[in-house]
Design a binder for this molecule. Structure first.
Ligand SMILES: [Zn+2]
Length: 117
């Protein structure tokens, strides 16, 4: 019993060495040989992997914008409270304040980020 692989068109003995199992097939084997299946899976994984990665990246930036908008909104609506809290924190943490000032001089409200500097 032999089968021609639908992908590489090579005739191969129809057994588990050459073909993966497929219940829906009348002989119970895949129509593409194991070698092609492996390459296909690898390619698909590579493509999907890249897609998933870029999706995660997009989600990160989208949430980042949302987060910054929320923070800005909160600040606008609670300016005095924020300023008071900031003042108090500055007084309690003078060294950290100086470090943050040096690190993120123009980071306020997302005008620029550390990576863009
Ligand atoms: Zn093949």
């Amino acid at each position: 019993m032999k089968r021609v692989c639908s992908k590489c068109k090579v005739e191969k003995e129809l057994n588990t060495d050459n073909f993966g199992k497929r219940r829906r097939d009348k002989f119970g084997f895949d129509t593409t040989c194991k070698k092609c299946r492996k390459e296909y899976d690898k390619k698909r994984y590579k493509e999907n992997g890249e897609r998933l990665k870029s999706e995660a990246k997009a989600r990160y930036w989208k949430n980042r914008d949302k987060r910054q908008k929320y923070q800005k909104n909160y600040y606008e609506q609670n300016k005095e409270e924020c300023i008071e809290r900031q003042k108090k924190w500055d007084k309690d943490n003078p060294i950290q304040r100086r470090i943050i000032n040096n690190l993120s001089r123009c980071k306020e409200f997302g005008k620029c980020t550390l990576t863009e500097q």
